[in-house]
Ligand binder design. Structure first.
Ligand SMILES: [Mg+2]
Length: 226
């Protein structure tokens, strides 16, 4: 039985319509004078800290704690501003799926496993009144490596529950091959959510335990008893 469910955010719970990428680009440009800093970056499945480091290194900006802080301070302000006007959208069925999880006879602990820094995650989820639904999380400022973020999220989940969970009691929900890899790193089961046919085939190759196009295609009860 699943006792802990860990959700990725971007592409899994919601789509910001490019607000995150825009805030990244705008922060590099306004704070660090880096134009086109994100042009060649692959965002999906990455971590904020890994992305920032990649651009800093490519552009010769010292990857100091102070520079990361400066980046995040500006980024979160811009992200919040942008989302105020462009909310983006929830992936279909998300709210109902969360409600189903919460109302199971033995509801699992619900958390986050995301490359977003904690403040960024909070801003994106608050925009849709979802932040309070997640009890714990592993975030992009916990580690640059998603597999390590998974380990952090798992540890926090176990601490909150007061038990040492087996991998089979943990479900990771994500939309990229990196989500599936980090789930396997903690021996968790995987629900993959694919936005389109191309992604569906890409994710299928990584053999998730469940694969859907959105949350209307399954019920929390059938997954959590598995
Ligand atoms: Mg994602």
């Amino acid at each position: 039985m699943i006792r802990l469910v860990l959700f990725d955010i971007d592409g899994t719970l919601l789509r910001t319509g490019g607000a995150g990428v825009w805030a990244f680009a705008e922060t590099f440009s306004s704070e660090f004078g880096i134009v086109d800093g994100v042009a060649r970056l692959q965002f999906a499945g990455r971590t904020d800290s890994g992305l920032v480091r990649e651009v800093f290194e490519a552009q010769g900006v010292p990857a100091t704690t102070a520079n990361f802080q400066r980046f995040y301070d500006r980024y979160t302000v811009l992200l919040e501003e942008r989302l105020r006007h462009h909310a983006g959208e929830l992936v279909p069925g998300v709210e109902e799926f969360l409600r189903q999880l919460e109302t199971l006879p033995q509801p699992p602990l619900i958390g986050l496993l995301t490359g977003n820094i904690r403040r960024g995650a909070e801003i994106k989820l608050r925009r849709h009144n979802l932040w309070e639904r997640f009890a714990i999380g592993g975030f992009g400022d916990d580690h640059e490596d998603r597999n390590q973020i998974a380990a952090v999220a798992r540890r926090r989940g176990c601490q909150r529950l007061g038990v040492e969970l087996a991998g089979g009691q943990i479900l990771v929900v994500g939309d990229t091959p990196n989500d599936i890899r980090c789930a396997r790193a903690i021996h968790a089961r995987v629900l993959a959510v694919a936005a389109d046919t191309e992604k569906l085939e890409e994710l299928r190759a990584h053999q998730p335990d469940w694969l859907v196009e959105d949350f209307t295609q399954l019920s929390a009860a059938e997954i959590c008893r598995g």
